[in-house]
Design a protein around this ligand. Structure first.
Ligand SMILES: NC(=O)c1ccc[n+]([C@@H]2O[C@H](COP(=O)([O-])OP(=O)(O)OC[C@H]3O[C@@H](n4cnc5c(N)ncnc54)[C@H](OP(=O)(O)O)[C@@H]3O)[C@@H](O)[C@H]2O)c1
Length: 309
């Protein structure tokens, strides 16, 4: 689910390359990105539990990539919690043996409400739903892997690409959360983590749920990432625009105005709230290396796509 999105494109391509048969439910087949050749698109209201259960019949595994980054409290609840409840019940009913759920760094399944933003609180609640369902029986109803990425980069990202294009037009960069720390991870490494999670164990005796973090090898502040995007895309000969770090009150005002503009805001107040906690790996949970993945450094990959735009 959510296979039509940014991460979904890489996950589907890797699954198909490894011989999986892939079915991608989407709310609108006509608006979905050009499908990776070989997958089956299924137009479906994923919020309709009966339809979801029917779609899951006969499937060995489910990968959940459905998420929103902006919205109201009710929308976050619908997409990150209620939908996951329906998905969990549908997986049990359909006898799905493996579930990989992509969440986010900063989500906390044990104390979901302790997270600083609606996005992260609802992500933690969604994780908790799946963990509870998987543990309802012994052995677990399905083998569950929760993958928590930091911010994800790749040719189609809405992160470095946005920083680069903004600097091509603005004389300076008014930046909220300039000091927030991130550990960007390559989209292909996240996709590999999903695939290796699916390869963890065939279904006969499902193992205990696993939560792991998907982070890159390096930590950057948001200011450093903006400057890196400029350097790699050659804005002002690679020097980029002056970065003006906004104080909190001004950052909130900027975010409020962005939310009022049509389309997806570049930065919402809830995004600012998310940046109150560092978006970096903790030592408490395993990382990509647990699955045998050596995380890829950002500059070489990002320069390949930023330099040609
Ligand atoms: N991108 C990042 O930097 C990042 C960082 C950390 C974690 N993550 C997590 O990684 C996962 C994948 O992210 P992504 O960047 O690939 O997201 P994305 O490009 O926005 O794709 C999400 C997919 O979810 C589906 N979707 C969106 N809203 C929905 C709704 N209201 N009801 C049902 N389906 C809906 C859409 O599919 P259809 O339109 O086809 O229905 C969409 O293709 C998410 O869980 C996200 O939280 C991403």
């Amino acid at each position: 689910m959510g296979g039509t999105g940014f991460v979904g494109a890489s996950v589907c391509a890797q699954l198909l390359a490894q011989g999986w048969q892939v079915m991608v439910p989407t709310r609108s087949a006509s608006q979905a990105r050009p499908a990776v050749a070989g997958l089956t698109l299924l137009e479906l209201d994923v919020h309709d539990e009966a339809a979801l259960r029917q779609a899951l019949a006969g499937q060995d595994a489910v990968v959940n990539l459905v998420a929103i980054l902006h919205g109201t409290q009710a929308q976050f609840q619908q997409v990150h919690v209620s939908l996951v409840e329906k998905l969990a019940r549908a997986c049990v009913a359909a006898g799905v043996k493996q579930v990989v759920h992509v969440s986010a760094i900063g989500a906390n399944a044990q104390q979901p409400l302790s997270a600083p933003s609606m996005y992260l609180r609802s992500k933690g609640q969604g994780e908790a739903v799946l963990l509870r369902t998987a543990r309802l029986s012994e052995p677990p109803a399905f083998e569950l892997t929760i993958v928590r990425p930091s911010v994800i980069f790749g040719a189609q990202d809405k992160f470095l690409n946005v920083f680069a294009s903004l600097q091509k037009t603005l004389p300076f960069m008014p930046l909220a959360g300039a000091g927030a720390r991130f550990q960007p991870v390559w989209v292909e490494d996240v996709a590999s983590a999903v695939l290796r999670s699916l390869a963890r164990e065939p279904a006969a005796t499902a193992r205990a749920p696993l939560t792991l973090q998907a982070c890159g090898p390096d930590v950057f502040t948001l200011r450093e990432l903006v400057q890196l995007a400029a350097r790699l895309s050659g804005v002002c000969g690679g020097r980029g625009r002056p970065v003006i770090a906004l104080p909190n009150w001004l950052a909130r005002l900027q975010a409020t105005l962005m939310e009022l503009m049509p389309g997806e805001p570049v930065m919402s107040r809830d995004n600012l709230d998310s940046m109150q906690c560092d978006n970096v790996a903790s030592t408490a949970l395993p990382g990509l290396d647990y699955l045998g993945i050596k995380a890829t450094a950002l500059p070489a990959i990002a320069s390949a796509y930023l330099s040609v735009k």
